[in-house]
Design a binder for this molecule. Structure first.
Ligand SMILES: Nc1ncnc2c1ncn2[C@@H]1O[C@H](COP(=O)(O)OP(=O)(O)OP(=O)(O)O)[C@@H](O)[C@H]1O
Ligand SMILES: [Mg+2]
Length: 237
C-alpha cells in the first residue's frame, strides 16, 4: 500500500535522508527504529507532504506522494500523528476532532458521529474529557487525542511519530496495545517511528533500522529483536 523508493530529503544545505526504501502492506504494522536525529520525523513529514522530497519516489495506494499537498494526502487515506502530538491547545477535545473531519469521515457509515464514537470506544478517557481544552490534557490524553484525530479522517494507513515520547511506562504499554486494537478493528496499516525499541518490536510485523538517514537493517520484528547489534544499541542488553 505504501512503497518508498530511494527517497532523499533534506533541509537547506543538509541532506538528511539518503535513498530510503521501505514498504508497508495493507493492514501491516511496520516500525522504523532509530536514535535521536536519525531522520525518523523527517521521513514521516516528507511522506505526509509537509516537506518536499529531493529525489526518489513514494507511492501510496497507487498515487505518488511526491509533490502532493498535505491535505490531499490525508484525503487519500494517509493520516499523520506528528511528534509531540500538535493538538490545538485552545480548542476542546471535541473541537480538535471536528477540525480533523474530512470528506472521507462523512462518506463512511454514520459520518462524524460514528467516527467519534469509535475513537471514544478506543479511548474512553476522551469521552469523559470532551469539553476540556487541549492544553489542560495530560501527555497521555494528548497522545490519545492525536491518534483519535487521525482516525476521524477514516485512514487506510497511519504514520505515527513516537507515540511513546514523554509518557510513563504504563501509559506507553496501553498506547501500543491500543495500536494493535486499532489494526484489529479498522484494518488500518501503520508506519510507527520510535526510539522505544522494546514496545515497537512488540507490536510491529516488520522493522527497519535507520542510522544517519539510511536504512541499515530490515526484517521481521522477531528476527530483528534477536539481532545482537540491535540488542546492544536499542534494547539495553
Ligand atoms: N527544520 C529543520 N531544519 C534543519 N535541519 C533539520 C530540521 N529538522 C530536522 N533537522 C535535522 O535533520 C536530522 C534528522 O532530524 P529528525 O527530526 O528527522 O530526527 P529523528 O530521528 O526524528 O530524531 P528524534 O528521535 O530526536 O525525534 C537532524 O540532524 C536534525 O537536526
Ligand atoms: Mg523525531
Amino acid at each position: 500500500m505504501l512503497s518508498v523508493d530511494k527517497l532523499c530529503v533534506g533541509y537547506g544545505e543538509a541532506d538528511v535522508l539518503h535513498d530510503v526504501t521501505l514498504r508497508v502492506g495493507e493492514g501491516e504494522i511496520v516500525a522504523v527504529l532509530g536514535a535521536n536525529g536519525a531522520g525518523k520525523t523527517t521521513l514521516l513529514a516528507a511522506l505526509s507532504g509537509l516537506i518536499p522530497a529531493r529525489a526518489g519516489e513514494a507511492m501510496f495506494d497507487g498515487r505518488s506522494l511526491v509533490g502532493a499537498a498535505a491535505e490531499r494526502i490525508v484525503g487519500w487515506g494517509l493520516s499523520h500523528v506528528p511528534q509531540g502530538r500538535r493538538i490545538f491547545p485552545g480548542l476542546s477535545v471535541m473541537e480538535n476532532l471536528v477540525v480533523a473531519r474530512t470528506a472521507a469521515t462523512d462518506r463512511a457509515e454514520g459520518g462524524f458521529a460514528a467516527a467519534v464514537a469509535e475513537a471514544e470506544e478506543l479511548f474512553p478517557r476522551l469521552n469523559e474529557r470532551r469539553d476540556q481544552l487541549g492544553w489542560s490534557l495530560s501527555g497521555g490524553e494528548q497522545q490519545m487525542l492525536a491518534v483519535a484525530r487521525a482516525l476521524v479522517a477514516r485512514p487506510k494507513m497511519i504514520l505515527l511519530d513516537e507515540p511513546s515520547l514523554g509518557l510513563a511506562p504504563m501509559i506507553v504499554e496501553t498506547m501500543f496495545s491500543t495500536i494493535l486494537e486499532i489494526r484489529r478493528r479498522e484494518k488500518v496499516g501503520m508506519l510507527v517511528v520510535e526510539q522505544n525499541a522494546e514496545q515497537a518490536l512488540r507490536v510491529a510485523d516488520r522493522v527497519y533500522v535507520m542510522e544517519l538517514g539510511r536504512i541499515v537493517l530490515e526484517g521481521p520484528a522477531d528476527e530483528v529483536a534477536r539481532d545482537p547489534a540491535i540488542e546492544r544499541a536499542y534494547l539495553g542488553a
